[in-house]
Design a protein around this ligand. Structure first.
Ligand SMILES: [Zn+2]
Length: 120
């Protein structure tokens, strides 16, 4: 097993962000942390701006921060690979925060609508 080298950020993306990056990202039964959104993909290093959310049933609930993220396939064992990422923190990306809240609100409204219709 050889540790895959994480792809580097280009100078421009490094200058516009700070270390350390995002904490570990994992979800269990739809609850945990995950990235939502993707914007401003860099054509030099391939990183893009993503917002890390606390999620409940895979829906964004609370933004934990925005990051420049490079996703890559990491070899773990005998040709097996998993998706890993490197990230650097950037200021909170409000358009992505708004979009995430909007998605959650829409899902919540839909759920309430379903409940209201069943009660009739
Ligand atoms: Zn870049």
């Amino acid at each position: 097993m050889t540790p895959a080298a994480a792809p580097p950020f280009c100078a421009r993306c490094t200058a516009g962000s700070t270390a350390p990056g995002a904490p570990s990202v994992s979800t269990n039964q739809g609850i945990g942390s995950m990235f939502w959104g993707r914007a401003a993909t860099c054509d030099e290093c391939g990183s893009s701006i993503r917002t890390l959310w606390r999620v409940f049933l895979l829906l964004p609930v609370f933004p934990r921060g925005s990051f420049r993220v490079i996703q890559f396939e990491e070899e773990v064992d005998d040709g097996e690979s998993r998706t890993a990422f490197v990230s650097r923190r950037i200021p909170l990306r409000w358009p992505q925060v708004a979009k995430g809240c909007g998605a959650s609100l829409a899902a919540l409204c839909f759920l309430l609508w379903l409940i209201a219709n069943r009660a009739r």
